[in-house]
Design a protein around this ligand. Structure first.
Ligand SMILES: [Zn+2]
Length: 431
């Protein structure tokens, strides 16, 4: 059954590739768009920058290769050919891969595990840099100048389904922050979020999503846009960026409750306070929101170790305040379990995989995210993938073992590769 899930995920890549307009003629048409997309995807899925070179070497020596047997790549393009073929592709092409693959996860029952608030899921959003250079740039790079030095960069508003006390996050399609042709004003994270919402609204509604975000998002226009679209939000609310709201809270009676928690030898007091129906701003057109906050104090010393406030449209009461705060605090998972994993745990997000002139950098970023999404779904749905992953102590060691087994041995299929990995391949783990 596990192999079936991988097959469905790969088909989503094929279907997206089939929608790419292909105006090539003559000898240029040797490699199909499917082959270009899946060859690039292989680099990220196996976290193997030299993937194509080694597969070509294997093909020359053995007349077969793992890109063909595992990913269904018919003819192997070179790195340069992949970059050229994908450079002009509209990044939006890959949105369907995220959403169709999410449907695979839903059909497999994964999403039930993430329903934590009013039968819906939490979708955390956050800005994410993935390229930065003083030299390499393309038409769509953002730029900034500091101390006379110009830096070109790419970033995105990333989105992921998160759950309290679960380290697995499921990436969904976010929105690229990208300079469009002919516009002088640079794009920004909040504008990207405002474009993202209507594009993904059907999917978000299906998930009954509550959007989690930092203080950047917790202002009238974006909160209203979320409510107008039938969704919910919980956003960090800093006092200095919400002076009116902070003033109202300060002079109101907040309902509160406290619980104790022991961590090692220390005892902590968790104090929750909330106030429903507070205007978000002091203007004619405003919005009533519900405010809540958590302060954590070390009992022995009386020292405050944590404090944060949030606003939400969800009514807060004595029964749910701790749970809603728990959900609010899950926002950090998009930083720790998503952005940080992509940058530092094998995905090498900030590595330059080839920049291109148009969209190559953006497409490689999306394929890397899709690889991460596939890994998360397979970790839930593919028993052999679970065994292979469990045979390695860390995520980085797992990728190391995959690279080793792909380079030196031929495997008939995805499932044969995984079985090799957790039986013979365990030997490949370094150290
Ligand atoms: Zn660029």
């Amino acid at each position: 059954m596990g192999g079936e899930i991988f097959k469905q995920l790969l088909e989503n890549l094929d279907k997206a590739a089939d929608t790419i307009p292909d105006n090539r003629h003559g000898p240029n048409t040797k490699h199909s768009m499917r082959d270009a997309v899946k060859s690039a995807f292989g680099v990220f899925f196996f976290q193997f920058p030299s993937f194509l070179r080694y597969m070509t070497e294997m093909q020359n020596k053995r007349k077969m290769n793992n890109a063909k047997s595992i990913l269904g790549v018919k003819t192997l393009p070179s790195d340069a050919q992949v970059r050229n073929l994908l450079d002009n592709v509209n990044p939006e092409t890959f949105a369907s891969v995220f959403s169709q693959s999410l449907k695979v996860a839903i059909m497999s029952g994964v999403m039930k595990l993430y329903q934590v608030l009013d039968e819906g899921v939490l979708v955390a959003i956050d800005g994410l840099w993935y390229h930065s250079s003083e030299k390499i740039h393309c038409k769509h790079c953002l730029h900034q100048t500091k101390d006379g030095v110009s830096t070109y960069y790419h970033s995105a508003m990333a989105a992921a389904i998160v759950k309290p006390h679960n380290s697995s996050v499921i990436p969904i399609m976010g929105e690229l922050i990208t300079n469009k042709d002919g516009t002088k004003k640079q794009d920004c994270e909040l504008s990207a979020a405002k474009r993202w919402l209507p594009k993904r609204i059907e999917e978000l509604k299906g998930l009954k999503a509550t959007i989690l975000g930092d203080d950047l998002y917790s202002h009238h226009p974006f909160c209203k846009q979320i409510l107008d679209n039938g969704l919910s939000f919980i956003f960090t609310c800093k006092q200095d960026s919400h002076p009116w709201l902070a003033e109202t809270v300060k002079y109101s009676f907040l309902t509160g409750q406290t619980r104790k928690e022991r961590k090692g030898k220390k005892h902590f007091l968790y104090t929750y306070r909330y106030l429903n129906n507070v205007p978000i701003r002091d203007e004619k057109e405003t919005l009533m929101v519900n405010y809540m906050e958590l302060a954590i104090t070390e009992k022995e010393s009386g020292k405050q170790t944590y404090y944060c406030g949030w606003i939400t449209n969800k009514p807060v009461d004595n029964l749910n305040v701790q749970h809603i705060v728990d959900c609010a605090r899950t926002r950090w998972k998009i930083e720790n379990e998503h952005n940080n994993v992509l940058k530092n745990r094998g995905y090498n997000l900030e590595h330059n995989f080839g920049h291109g002139k148009e969209h190559a950098a953006e497409i490689f970023f999306l394929l890397n995210l899709i690889a991460f999404q596939f890994h998360t779904i397979l970790a839930y749905c593919d028993i052999d993938f679970q065994k292979a992953r469990a045979s390695c102590s860390t995520r980085v060691a797992f990728f190391e073992a995959m690279r080793f087994c792909l380079r030196y041995a031929y495997h008939d299929s995805w499932q044969a590769f995984l079985i090799f990995l957790y039986t013979d391949g365990g030997l490949a783990e370094p150290g």
